[in-house]
Design a binder for this molecule. Structure first.
Ligand code: C5P
Length: 235
């Protein structure tokens, strides 16, 4: 998975899904991210089907609830054969370690335990929102670092953050942790709702372990070409 480009499948029709899959590579070389929209539409049968075809699946449901509930949810998700799942680091260390325990308890013997990634601050959160709505008096980089340290100590395998924060996190937390970064835009792309963005080339330079890219690929006139361009920039 080192230097993987996860394509975020943020849509809710099989037609769109089929169309985009034909533009990407062979299943065993292709990394897909399924988030709330597609999962709530198609359910776990779609996930199982894609796993069976050989795709590497990042199941991004961003669990955030009391530890007991997150334990039980992670235990269920562990049965799907996905590569990784996500929780919100803001749920706290007890919740993160409950997710880890749920994954361990729920993974059937023939499967690998999914990696647990903790979302730090969403890449759609700006410095202003952090200060004025979350009432956080830390700078963004320090808040992300604090959440990442909590996640690491609680047993997470990595974090989701902006590429802009990876250099600092790697310096403090080290290289035996995954830094997966959405908020990716090519130089000529619209940012949309994303705030803390970088190009694939910058993400590579900053040390992202893997990147997550949705609309720049899925809404491109030629998704295949953009996917190839992004993969090249990030390698
Ligand atoms: O279309 P775009 O490239 O902005 O998609 C980014 C994807 O990454 C979305 O599916 C979004 O849910 C996800 N994500 C994010 N920021 C995070 C965690 C996940 O944008 N911190």
């Amino acid at each position: 998975m080192e230097k993987a480009v996860f394509v975020a499948l943020d849509f809710d029709t099989e037609d769109e899904l089929t169309k985009i899959l034909t533009q990407l590579g062979a299943p065993n070389e292709t990394y897909l991210k399924i988030g709330m929209e597609l999962f709530y539409h198609a359910g776990d049968s779609l996930v199982k089907q894609l796993v069976k075809q050989g795709y590497h699946i990042f199941l991004d449901l961003k669990l955030h609830d009391i530890p007991n509930t997150v334990y039980a949810a992670a235990k269920q998700l562990a049965q799907l054969g996905v590569f990784c799942i996500t929780v919100h680091a803001l749920g706290g260390s007890e919740m993160i370690s409950a997710a880890k325990k749920g994954l361990i308890a729920g993974t059937p013997e023939h499967l690998k335990i999914p990696k647990l990634l903790a979302v730090t601050e969403l890449t759609s959160i700006s410095n202003e929102i952090l200060a004025n709505e979350q009432n956080c008096n830390l700078a963004m980089a320090d808040q992300v670092l604090s959440l990442a340290q909590t996640a690491k100590n609680a047993g997470a395998d990595g974090v989701i953050c902006s590429p802009l924060e990876v250099e600092k996190l790697r310096k403090v937390i080290g290289d035996s942790f995954l830094y997966v970064t959405p908020g990716i835009r090519l130089a000529n792309n619209q940012a949309g709702d994303q705030k803390r963005i970088a190009t694939p080339k910058k993400a590579l330079k900053f040390g992202s372990s893997a990147i997550v890219v949705g609309r720049p690929i899925t809404q491109a006139a030629n998704p295949k070409k953009i996917y190839q361009t992004i993969k090249k920039e990030f390698s």
